[in-house]
Design a protein around this ligand. Structure first.
Ligand code: OXD
Ligand code: MN
Length: 605
């Protein structure tokens, strides 16, 4: 147990507010994990998969209304609207607190409340952050055991120290004798994922899914941590971390920011198509970046597991992920085969003639609907990944040589572009994004949804201050000690709408160029967009199915397209309003100059 009086008092307060039937302190042991899973199987909340085929694996099916992060119901309740900025849903903290207190009152009736002490970052690292999640969801408890360092070891390390107060309820109290459902949750209008950065507090109500409910992940390690990082001079980022070793045995570390479902897990676990090159995984979703004692920027993965998107994951697209989830994995919203195994679209095997789909209904290939939900997930401990880097838990973090940024851009943005400076790299990060396709909002087709550093849904404060902070961080380093920033775009298409680049293992060719650029061993040419591989500098030996014309399209900086891009960036900066860092406006001006585009509007003074 603990003598942390703040913790004990808070638990007391929440117990009185939420009135659970009982309180369970999670010790994080294997026995406890198994007990919770057994109970969920017995209650019908979980399905034990065929233990011959998937030892230690379980399947959960969520309520159809509770399948993903709910950005519309995610709030930053900072003291002022200005602190949350133009891209966040702001709510007045007092009003939101009052609304949510009314919902929390009695909300755990008929349920157990789990006390989950956890650490984000390696235990013992001075940079790790503590949280305690109080939740009425055993699903959250078992997932937190894989995704964080949780239980007695976290409680002991916390001692009398401070922690982020994370309160979570599925928002479905049970009356006496009322039977539970397999995935309790509240209706959309009662869901709240609320952040009170000034109080180090997260209040989540009504959803049991992923980042809405596993509060160590997006809520703590990104939104709350980003606010703390700004105060303390570091960065909490939506980035994978990988180690790349060349055939001579030289190793470098890269981080990469891509929006959700743009291939972070695939790149983090890449199996290079280039002989002699090796990628090792340090993280697939979040990186905390700080200046290390050696003066270099160092990256730590605060998580201890992967919460990956299942559909599209196959032995071909990501063999390391597939090996990771062969056992001891929790699956959510995938389909169940008649043999008691899992299946999803893009798993690489033909659809079986019969499945139970993610909603628990019979499914056949003729059903005409997805068997797995497109956002179906696997949760697995990072230690299970065959490509995990031995140093992935180094409390000092890995020294970062290059930061990659990228989204899905069918046009305009080349396969790879090196920034001209840190400031130019921050400019590139500020305008990265993905093109809206027919699958999304129809009247915006062709427009770019800008997603600065893939952090749009995760910055806990004003995006303009966030970008200013990136510029400030760069100033704290000696020249040569900072990583360089590269934009990558695996998703460029030809005029017929076909992808120009095969991606996956072939992305190692781009990683190689970046690696060699950092060592001064590869040539670049200067273009208005930045530095691109010089002819012959990108290793294309043995690359099948990509001809010279396609390579030139992949590496093209088309001036009229880029002029339109610059105009679109200007419109985006205008939309963000007053207070954009002047350095970034200067970078936009410099881009316009390089493009020879007359500036049609005078810059703001
Ligand atoms: C995400 C995730 O939504 O990592 O970005 O789950
Ligand atoms: Mn993510």
């Amino acid at each position: 147990m603990t003598s942390n009086t703040d913790l004990l008092n808070w638990i007391d307060e929440i117990t009185r507010l939420c009135t659970p039937d009982s309180v369970h302190w999670c010790d994080g042991s294997e026995e406890e994990y198994q007990l919770l899973l057994d109970r969920m199987v017995a209650s019908g909340a979980a399905v034990r998969l065929n233990q011959q085929l998937r030892p230690g694996c379980y399947l959960f099916r969520s309520h159809p209304s509770d399948v993903a992060r709910v950005e519309d119901r995610t709030f930053i309740a900072s003291p002022t609207r200005e602190e949350a900025g133009p891209t966040n849903n702001w709510r007045d903290p007092e009003e939101l607190r009052a609304t949510m207190l009314a919902l929390y009152r009695g909300c755990m009736k008929g349920r157990k409340m789990y006390v989950i002490p956890f650490v984000m970052g390696p235990i013992g690292s001075e940079f790790s952050l503590f949280g305690v999640e109080l939740t009425d969801s055993p699903y959250v408890a078992v997932n937190m055991r894989l995704m964080t360092r949780m239980g007695t070891k976290a409680l002991d390390a916390l001692g009398d120290g401070d922690f982020v107060r994370c309160l979570h309820s599925v928002g479905a109290p049970l009356d006496q004798g009322q039977a539970d459902v397999s995935w309790p949750c509240a209706p959309m209008e009662h869901k709240y994922i609320a952040h009170f950065p000034q109080d180090n507090a997260i209040w989540s109500y009504g959803s049991g899914y992923g980042g809405n409910a596993l509060l160590g992940k997006k809520c703590l390690a990104l939104r709350i941590a980003s606010v703390q990082a700004r105060k303390e001079g570091w960065l909490a980022e939506h980035m994978l971390i990988l180690g790349l070793t060349d055939p001579k045995g030289r190793k470098a570390y890269f981080t990469a920011a891509f929006p959700s479902a743009c291939g972070k897990t695939n790149l983090a676990m890449l199996v290079p198509k280039l002989p002699g090159w090796k990628v090792e995984t340090l993280g697939d979703d979040i990186a905390w970046l700080r200046k290390g004692r050696d003066g270099r920027l160092r990256a730590v993965n605060p998580e201890s597991g992967f919460f990956g998107v299942a559909p599209g994951t196959s032995y071909k697209s990501n063999p390391n992920a597939m090996h990771s989830i062969e056992r001891d994995t929790l699956f959510t919203n995938v389909a169940l085969t008649d043999e008691g195994d899992v299946w999803w679209e893009g798993i690489g095997t033909p659809p079986p003639s019969h499945l139970i789909d993610w909603q628990g209904m019979d499914w056949t290939p003729e059903s005409g609907r997805n068997a797995a939900h497109p956002n179906a997930r696997f949760t697995v401990s990072a230690a299970r990944c065959p490509a995990i880097a031995p140093e992935w838990e180094d409390p000092e973090g890995a020294p970062v040589s290059a930061i990659l940024i990228g989204g899905r851009r069918p046009g305009v943005v080349p396969l790879v572009t090196e920034s001209l400076s840190w400031q130019h790299g921050v400019f590139m990060g500020s305008v990265m994004g993905s093109e809206i396709t027919a699958a999304a909002i129809s009247d915006a087709i062709g427009q770019v949804r800008r997603d600065p550093f893939a952090m749009l849904p995760f910055i806990g404060y004003n995006v303009k201050d966030y970008l200013r902070h990136w510029l400030e961080v760069g100033k704290a380093f000696l020249p040569g000690q900072l990583p360089r920033i590269f934009s990558v775009n695996w998703f460029r298409k030809d005029a017929g709408g076909r992808f120009l680049w095969p991606g996956y293992g072939e992305n190692a060719r781009v990683l190689k160029w970046i690696f060699q650029r950092m060592l001064g061993e590869a040539e670049a040419i200067e273009t208005p967009a930045g530095l691109l591989p010089a002819p012959g500098a990108l290793d294309l030996e043995g690359l099948e199915g990509v001809d010279e014309e396609q390579v030139s399209q992949l590496l093209k900086v088309d001036i009229p397209e880029w002029r339109a891009e610059a105009r679109s960036i200007r419109a985006y900066y205008d939309k963000l309003g007053e207070g954009m860092p002047s350095e970034l406006k200067d970078e936009l001006g410099a881009l316009e100059q390089r493009l020879g585009d007359p500036v049609d509007q005078p810059s703001a003074p």
